[in-house]
Design a binder for this molecule. Structure first.
Ligand SMILES: Cc1ncc(COP(=O)(O)O)c(C=O)c1O
Length: 369
C-alpha cells in the first residue's frame, strides 16, 4: 500500500528525544520548547511563538487571546477542516461562512465584506492544502473594519504570499504539527504573532492562566487552558524544523512530477500556484471532473484496489450535522465549496515519496482519463 501521507523522521529526532529522556526534561519546560518556538516564529518573521498541544488548540488560544466572546462573529471559509471552526464555537461565538475561490480553493475575498456585521471580530483565512490566500484584500478589509486577521496556516508551513511566509502576515498565525503535516511533532501546534500584548495573554492562557512573572503563585484571574506542548514533542518538532526547506522542496518536486505525468489526462484538475504564491502542496489534490470516466468515489475505489491510499476532500461546514444541530448555516449554499467537496481527493503526498511511487500512481490513473 502506498500510504496517503507518512512523516519522514530521519533527522535528529531520535538524538534530541534521547537527550530529553537522559536529562529528565520531559514536561513542557525545556530547551527544545524554547528553541522550537524561537526558530519557527523567526522563520515566519514573527517575534513570538507559543506552542500548543495541536492546531485546534492553537486556534482556540488565538481566539481567546484576542478576547473573542459569546455572540461575537468570525468569518471563515465554508471549505475547510473542522479544526478551523470548532474553536470559534468553544468561545460561544458564531462562525460566519464564505465560499471559496474556484481556482485556489481558498476563501473568496470578494465575498467577505458582505458578511461583516457589527458583531464581527475577526477574519480567519485558511491556506488550504498549502496554497496561500490572497492576503492583501483581506488585510485591507480587516483594517477598514477594525478586525483581527487570524491565519489558519495548519496546512501551509513555509508557503508564501508575495514573498512573506504564511502565518506571519495577519495578526496571528496558527499551525498544526500533526503527523501528516509538512513538519510534525506527532501532535502539536503553535501560534505566532508580532503583537506583544496578544503573546503575553496567550502565554498565560495556555498555562492555566497562572500569573506570569510571579513563579508558581496559585492565583488565576481568568479561565485558562492546559495547552502545553512537551519538551519531547518539541524535540521532534525542532529536528523536523531543521529540515523544513528540504521537506518543502520534496513536496513541491513531487507535485511537479504529478502534474507533468498527468498532464495528458482528460477530466482532472490540479492545484494551481498563483503568480503571487508559493504553494507548498501539503497534499497533492486533484478534482475529478465530469469528463473523467469515473467519478471521484469510483476512482478512489480503483486506486485502493491497486494499493494506493487516497482521501476525499473536506466536507464544507454548512453540511456538517454538528452545526445543523446547533441551528447554524441552515439554508445556506456555497456552490464552490460543495463542488470541491464532491470532486476532490488527494493522492499519496508524503515528502519521502519515491519517483517510482508517483509514476505507479499516475499509471494507475491515466487509463481512466
Ligand atoms: C486547516 C486546518 N485547520 C486546523 C487543523 C487542526 O489541527 P490539529 O489536527 O493539529 O488539531 C487542521 C488539521 O489538520 C487543518 O487542516
Amino acid at each position: 500500500m502506498i500510504p496517503v501521507c507518512v512523516p519522514l523522521l530521519n533527522g535528529k529526532e531520535l538524538e534530541y528525544l534521547q537527550e530529553c529522556i537522559t536529562t529528565n526534561w520531559i514536561s513542557s519546560r525545556g530547551r527544545y520548547v524554547e528553541q522550537f518556538e524561537r526558530k519557527f516564529s523567526e522563520y515566519c518573521n514573527c517575534k513570538f511563538g507559543i506552542t500548543t498541544t495541536n492546531g485546534t488548540s492553537s486556534i482556540h488560544l488565538a481566539l481567546t487571546s484576542i478576547g473573542l466572546k459569546k455572540d461575537d462573529e468570525v468569518i471563515v471559509p465554508a471549505f475547510t477542516m473542522i479544526g478551523s471552526v470548532f474553536p470559534i464555537t468553544y468561545c460561544g461565538a458564531k462562525p460566519v461562512l464564505v465560499d471559496s475561490d474556484p481556482e485556489t480553493w481558498t476563501i473568496n475575498v470578494n465575498q467577505i465584506e458582505e458578511k461583516i456585521s457589527e458583531k464581527t471580530k475577526a477574519i480567519m483565512p485558511v491556506h488550504i492544502y498549502g496554497h496561500p490566500c490572497d492576503m492583501d484584500p483581506i488585510l485591507k478589509i480587516a483594517r477598514n473594519n477594525d478586525l483581527y486577521v487570524i491565519e489558519d496556516a495548519a496546512e501551509a508551513h513555509g508557503a508564501e504570499y508575495k514573498g512573506k511566509k504564511t502565518g506571519g502576515i495577519g495578526d496571528i498565525g496558527c499551525f498544526s504539527f500533526y503527523a501528516n503535516k509538512i513538519i510534525t511533532c506527532g501532535e502539536g501546534g503553535m501560534m505566532v504573532t508580532n503583537d506583544e500584548e496578544i503573546a503575553k495573554h496567550a502565554l498565560s492562557l495556555k498555562d492555566l492562566s497562572f500569573e506570569s512573572g510571579k513563579g508558581r503563585v496559585y492565583l488565576h484571574s481568568e479561565v485558562g487552558y492546559n495547552y502545553r506542548l512537551t519538551n519531547l514533542q518539541a524535540a521532534v518538532g525542532l529536528a523536523q524544523f531543521e529540515r523544513i526547506n528540504e521537506l518543502i522542496e520534496m513536496r513541491r518536486k513531487n507535485a511537479l512530477l504529478y502534474k507533468e505525468l498527468l498532464k495528458g489526462s482528460r477530466g482532472l484538475s490540479f492545484p494551481v500556484e498563483k503568480e503571487w504564491a508559493k504553494n507548498v502542496y501539503w497534499m497533492f489534490s486533484i478534482l475529478v471532473e465530469n469528463q473523467f470516466q469515473l467519478n471521484r468515489d469510483e476512482l478512489m475505489d480503483e486506486l485502493a484496489k491497486k494499493g494506493i491510499e487516497t482521501r476525499p476532500f473536506f466536507i464544507p461546514m454548512h453540511k456538517q450535522p454538528v452545526f445543523r444541530n446547533m441551528n447554524l448555516f441552515r439554508g445556506e449554499k456555497y456552490p464552490v465549496a460543495e463542488a470541491l467537496s464532491e470532486k476532490g481527493l488527494y493522492l499519496p503526498s508524503s515528502s519521502g515519496l519515491k519517483k517510482g511511487d508517483i509514476t505507479y500512481v499516475c499509471e494507475s490513473l491515466l487509463p481512466f482519463g
